[in-house]
Design a protein. Structure first.
Length: 290
């Protein structure tokens, strides 16, 4: 190339002739198609080229692939060292597969034995499920059992108190208590059977946190608690017709008309069957009437 400056008025030099690459590629493709296989071009059969191993596009991809391979290798080694259930007979039953936990007798549990020694037949039965102890308690002795659990055995925290309805059983209802010991890091479940006409002694004097849950059980199930300082509804208003968590409560609900009723009612007033816009239970074969 000359070092002399080019005249700006002069026409640009001609470009070198370019090879018609697309036409050449099209011609080669046509030859391959005519041969019937990608290895044949024209009349000459070409051997198939060996498949090349994938090459990472960058050093980062190569490093990531190496990490994945190392992780898979570590997982395989850990799985090989992990003992099977047959090799680890001390593993708890509820952690063994595919068997599910089952109820088992817990009469020999130290806590159940201590309560029976102190309170006699107040503990009707002791069972264990998935490591948790469940004590069936005589209804009239629930406050004594609760007091012993808190004062002697340090179950100072009442986690929950709830109800359960078994319409085909006598007595129909269960009151269930869940207590926890921070010292022992252990839970215990107490169960009391009762019916609508027989109140259960309150445990508010043992665990103050039982006040509102006992009112909720009364509100939702109709179970009363003897000695409770304020045995009134807590979620629904006084005079509400029924207890919504009972199994025989209408699935479709009831038309209470709460938007047009006053805030308080007399003892026999409120949204009861046959008054105002209250829900009227139907006779067999008839639909509920508004």
């Amino acid at each position: 190339m000359s070092d002399e400056p080019r005249d700006p008025q002069a026409p640009p030099p001609p470009l070198p002739a370019a090879t018609d690459q697309p036409a050449a590629e099209a011609k080669a493709d046509a030859a391959v198609t005519a041969a019937g296989s990608p290895e044949a071009v024209g009349d000459v059969q070409q051997p198939a080229a060996p498949a090349a191993e994938p090459v990472p596009a960058s050093a980062a991809e190569a490093q990531a692939a190496a990490k994945v391979a190392a992780l898979e290798k570590a997982k395989a080694a850990a799985a090989a060292k992990k003992p099977t259930h047959e090799e680890d007979p001390n593993k708890p039953l509820w952690e063994k597969e595919p068997r599910a936990p089952e109820w088992e007798d817990a009469a020999g549990d130290p806590l159940a034995a201590a309560l029976r020694e102190e309170l006699g037949d107040a503990i009707e039965s002791a069972r264990r499920f998935a490591g948790d102890l469940t004590l069936q308690v005589r209804r009239d002795a629930i406050a004594e059992v609760a007091r012993s659990l808190k004062d002697r055995h340090r179950f100072t925290y009442l986690v929950d108190l709830c109800g359960a309805d078994y319409p085909k059983r006598e007595p129909r209802f269960d009151v269930v208590y869940h207590a926890y010991s921070f010292d022992e890091n252990r839970r215990v479940r107490l169960k009391v059977a009762t019916d609508e006409a027989t109140p259960v002694p309150t445990v508010c004097n043992v665990w103050r946190g039982a006040n509102w849950p006992e009112r909720e059980v009364f509100d939702m199930y109709g179970v009363r608690f003897e000695g409770h300082p304020d045995m009134t509804r807590i979620l629904l208003w006084e005079g509400f017709n029924g207890h919504p968590l009972r199994k025989d409560f209408p699935v479709e609900g009831i038309d209470t008309g709460s938007a047009i009723y006053p805030e308080y009612y007399e003892e026999t007033a409120g949204p009861v069957a046959g008054s105002g816009t209250g829900w009227k239970p139907s006779t067999p074969g008839q639909e509920p009437q508004p």
